[in-house]
Ligand binder design. Structure first.
Ligand SMILES: Nc1ncnc2c1ncn2[C@@H]1O[C@H](COP(=O)(O)OP(=O)(O)O)[C@@H](O)[C@H]1O
Ligand SMILES: [Mg+2]
Length: 490
């Protein structure tokens, strides 16, 4: 089966073809071991480092004997437990510490390695001239890279303040990350296509298991917002979500290339509709905006039985570029939803919004949304401009925040950040899942803007929102069109 056969209507229509002084989660880290600082990112070609998983180079500290235990690379997959009872008594602390050392020592070997970032261009070049040898090579790159990226994030969990680390949602994700880390690091070297198929099956299973990560993190952060400074929450969440996105890209690209390879109709590393794995070499700016606008307007039409605001296009529309369409679709979809909602809430009679039964006269029309597209030598710019009344200051100052600690003037917590995640157990962060109604598209989750920012910044782009409270909002998206920027993982 073709890998993208289940993609959302966009694809089926073939439109787009064309440190803290308090107690820590893991007190042992600060007392006896000095961890080396994570080196800055490096870029490597998409080649497998076959020596790094089965024979991970020993970390310099792995020889330091603290407890007398030697690092055991075949240690069980049980993650070190949060030391909830331990921090109270020093005795228990040292007992637990001794028993945990080997596992953390293995983690240290991975977390001390730099992340090997890639560019979009590398993904394309590598996938274009596909051969079994190349697929096996890239399979080994993904196999060795994913545990390194996971290890860095597991360290971030361990550096959270104690009280946050014991939150059940946070603990759940922490456990999932440990289990994935163990599975991936222990996966044997890929030597054959059969090994690669088995690796892809494992990774697919992990992708499915990890669909709970965004909702769990969001609920965890919502519950912990009063215990951790906003700046720390934002840094933690941005790193988590960027890293998560990056791991999904590596995994999905390997799965897609492998499925393409097994597809008899596939030739010369590129599908008929211009895809190389998950990357499209024929993203067309106008087609993407048109199709996303159609889908977004439809949701509001169904909900309110009205003709939603038009979406007009302007500027240099016929731009074709290479990108992962899913990413740009998600950003535009979230922005257009916000604009249409803002316009309806400002301009429609209040009764339409409150009881959802009032109809408005046929002659009534909303002010349109204007999407302007232009291209510079290095980037493509989209501006989404609406007259939806703008964003009030008390909301605007926290639109990028992952914290729910802000009190509104009426003393209530802000009502829009993350509370509705109770109704959304799984989330990939795609248009497809909203189109398929697995996530109600119009539900206020409060993650639309922060997650869109993660998507834009991942490949070196930017997302900015300018608003005129009382009138309307302009969103500016800039995405790199040359594919030569490295993954931005913070
Ligand atoms: N174009 C816009 N017009 C009016 N308000 C907006 C606009 N974009 C964002 N907002 C405000 O910012 C909030 C956060 O947006 P977002 O992160 O997309 O979360 P959600 O839409 O799920 O609430 C929205 O609830 C809304 O109050
Ligand atoms: Mg939104």
């Amino acid at each position: 089966m073709h890998w993208r056969a289940n993609r959302c209507s966009l694809k089926s229509n073939n439109i787009i073809a064309k440190k803290n002084s308090g107690s820590y989660f893991f007190p042992q880290q600060t007392r006896n071991v000095t961890y080396t600082k994570t080196p800055s990112h490096t870029t490597v070609p998409l080649t497998a480092n076959s020596s790094s998983s089965t024979t991970t180079p020993p970390h310099p500290l792995s020889t330091v004997s603290i407890t007398g235990l030697k690092a055991n690379s075949s240690n069980s997959a049980t993650p070190p437990r949060p030391l909830s009872t331990v921090s109270i008594t020093g005795l228990a602390d040292s007992i637990q510490f001794t028993s945990l050392q080997p596992n953390n020592r293995i983690l240290d070997q991975y977390a001390s390695q730099p992340v090997h970032t890639i560019t979009l261009r590398q993904l394309v070049f590598f996938g274009r001239n596909l051969s079994e040898e190349r697929l096996i090579q890239s399979g080994n790159y993904v196999r060795t890279e994913l545990p390194i990226r996971l290890a860095h994030r597991i360290r971030d969990f361990q550096n959270l303040p104690f009280i946050v680390g014991t939150n059940p949602h946070i603990e759940m994700v922490y456990g999932l990350y440990w289990s994935a880390f163990e599975k991936l690091r222990q996966f044997p070297k890929i030597n054959t296509m059969e090994d690669n198929d088995a690796f892809c099956a494992t990774v697919k299973e992990l992708l499915k298991e990890h669909l709970v990560v965004i909702p769990q993190l969001a609920m965890g952060m919502n519950e912990c917002s009063d215990h951790i400074p906003e700046k720390q929450i934002n840094l933690f969440m941005n790193k988590m979500l960027l890293s998560r996105l990056s791991r999904r890209v590596l995994a999905e690209q390997q799965i897609a290339l492998t499925e393409n390879w097994h597809d008899p109709g596939y030739c010369e590393g590129i599908t008929n509709d211009g895809y190389i794995g998950v990357v499209s070499t024929r993203c067309n700016a106008r087609d993407i905006v048109t199709e996303v606008a159609k889908m977004t307007r439809k949701h509001f039409q169904n909900k309110y039985r009205i003709v939603p605001p038009d979406v007009l296009l302007d500027g240099e529309q016929d731009i074709t570029f290479t990108y992962i369409p899913e990413h740009i679709e998600y950003i535009l979809y979230e922005l257009l939803k916000n604009s249409i909602r803002g316009i309806i809430e400002k301009h429609a009679p209040a009764s339409l919004i409150s009881d959802n039964t009032t109809s408005i006269p046929k002659s009534f029309s909303f002010p349109p949304i204007l999407v302007t597209i232009c291209s510079s030598p290095t980037d493509i710019h989209f501006r989404v401009s609406d007259q939806g009344g703008g964003i009030p200051d008390e909301i605007y100052s926290h639109i990028w925040s992952f914290s729910s600690s802000h009190k509104f003037s009426d003393g209530k917590k802000n009502g829009y950040k993350f509370v509705n995640f109770e109704k959304v157990p799984k989330m990939a962060g795609t248009v497809e899942e909203q189109e398929g109604a697995r996530i109600p598209p119009l539900l206020h989750l409060g993650i639309g803007l922060p997650l869109s920012k993660v998507y834009t910044e991942y490949w070196g782009g930017a997302l900015k929102i300018m608003t005129m409270d009382g009138y309307g909002t302009d969103a500016y998206i800039r995405i790199a069109k040359l594919g030569n920027r490295e993954e931005n993982l913070l």
